[in-house]
Design a binder for this molecule. Structure first.
Ligand code: SF4
Length: 444
């Protein structure tokens, strides 16, 4: 039974020392009751109180970690329904499903493509997280898992309702791996529970309604299997969304039988809706998303969507401070400067790229703020700009040494000339949309 804010308050030190970031212990206790802070944020809770508070401080959605030589994929530990209430923590793992009926050669080819797929997105490397192997018979399943493991070390989901099939696949894997077994139902749960417990694997339970899912997880936890994942199955997008949302809502209300991350098989959606179902599952509220169709354009779109949803709304979206080459610049081309607030970066980069004019774009670390905000906060000044220019070795990349400041910070031009005496400092336009015309008129 979860404790109320007042009950939690009685177990806190009540010194109002503010170290947790809240003005009073009462304010902290209210946040803890709402699952919006961690108990560890207060360094003074006694062990005795910690034990009493364990349930209240436990995340409403259990953390599940799938492990393999190629990485770890986490799901769960979420504490809010809407991202703006705090943040979402663990990006849903995007898996590609391969059937054991496809033949070892085709399986290895797909697995290798999934393994090597990478998106370079504003300095971030976005990758797929795992492979789901669908089993039909023990021998073919073991061969399929072996073919996947021959080319990929990514975490695996082993999918079958037949314990003998899953056991054959598990036999191929390294003992240290933690895969996800998918396929527990009211008919086979005891056999699959034995397999999961024996190998320390996570287990996904399947059901078409929440009552069935909750009943199954209770049976499994009674049997000692704690690392569970929910697989609510439905074909229509509306039904899929409703089940995912209800599970998240109930979990956040501390309904323990549904306090687990979910897995969504987008290929199970009605015909032609796989892409929409995958995107929907990323937004609301899957912990693992499995697609049957692997194409670079689909994977790219899903990973970028996920990146945008799983950014912390309390922190500005940033791009990596670096020098970005636009339209293959040469040593005679100009150097433009801006901050690492992603919208600022994209505004400038898109305008210049669209114009076809080559330029070097130096993005300075302004803690993710836009040009004017960063300047006002002292995070975008001549010293920082000069430091970036030197750090990125711009003097070795260009001969012309023409550097363009954003028009909003024209006031920095004198100081920048002092910081970079060999450079010709020019003041560009205030708006990114005017950059191409400026470049043609002033820099040509
Ligand atoms: Fe109270 Fe602990 Fe916060 Fe200090 S850190 S105000 S003792 S809850």
């Amino acid at each position: 039974m979860a404790l109320s804010g007042i009950e939690i308050y009685k177990l806190l030190p009540q010194t109002n020392c503010k170290e947790c970031g809240f003005p009073t212990c009462l304010a902290f206790s209210m946040k803890l009751a709402a699952k919006q802070v961690e108990l560890d944020d207060c360094p003074y809770v006694t062990d005795e109180s910690k034990a009493t508070l364990a349930e209240s401080s436990a995340p409403p959605i259990r953390l599940i970690e799938l492990k393999a030589a190629g990485g770890t994929t986490k799901a769960g530990n979420e504490v809010v329904l809407f991202r703006h209430e705090k943040t979402f923590y663990n990006r849903p793992g995007v898996f590609v499903r391969i059937a054991d009926t496809e033949g070892a050669e085709a399986i290895a080819a797909t697995a290798a493509a999934v393994e090597s797929f990478v998106v370079d997105y504003v300095g971030l490397e976005l990758k797929l997280d795992g492979i789901a192997v669908q089993g039909s018979a023990p021998d073919s399943f073991a061969e399929a898992v072996e073919a996947v493991r021959g080319v990929s070390g990514l975490p695996l989901a082993l999918v079958s309702q037949d314990a003998a099939v899953l056991e054959a696949g598990l036999g191929v894997l390294d003992e240290a791996e933690v895969p996800l077994l998918v396929g527990a139902t009211t008919d086979n749960w005891e056999a699959l529970a034995g397999l999961a417990a024996g190998r320390g694997a996570a287990l996904a339970v399947s059901g078409t309604d929440l009552d069935a899912l909750a009943e199954l997880t209770e049976r499994l936890t009674d049997a000692g299997v704690e690392d569970l994942v929910l697989h609510p199955s439905a074909s229509g997008l509306g039904a899929r969304l409703a089940m995912q949302t209800q599970i998240r809502r109930l979990a956040l209300k501390n309904f323990r039988p549904l306090g687990y991350p979910t897995i969504a098989f987008a290929g199970e959606a009605a015909d032609g809706l796989e892409t929409s179902a995958a995107a929907q599952a990323i937004a609301k509220y899957a912990g693992f998303v499995v697609v049957d169709t692997f194409t670079p354009e689909l994977a790219y779109a899903l990973l970028v969507l996920r990146e945008n949803i799983y950014t912390d709304p309390q922190k500005p979206i940033q791009v990596l401070p670096a020098v970005y080459e636009i339209n293959n610049p040469k040593s005679s081309d100009p150097v433009l400067v801006t901050t690492n607030f992603s919208i600022t970066y994209f505004s400038v980069a898109n305008e210049v790229e669209g114009s076809g004019l080559p330029a070097w774009l130096v993005v300075t670390d302004a803690e993710g703020m836009s040009v004017l905000t960063a300047w006002a906060a002292g995070k975008f000044d001549a010293e920082r700009i000069a430091k970036s220019v030197k750090e990125f070795g711009m003097a070795d990349k260009v001969d012309a040494k023409t550097i363009v400041l954003p028009g909003h910070v024209a006031v920095l031009s004198g100081e920048l000339e002092e910081e970079l005496p060999d450079w010709d400092v020019k003041v560009g336009p205030r708006e990114a949309v005017d950059l191409p015309a400026f470049m043609k008129a002033v820099l040509a």
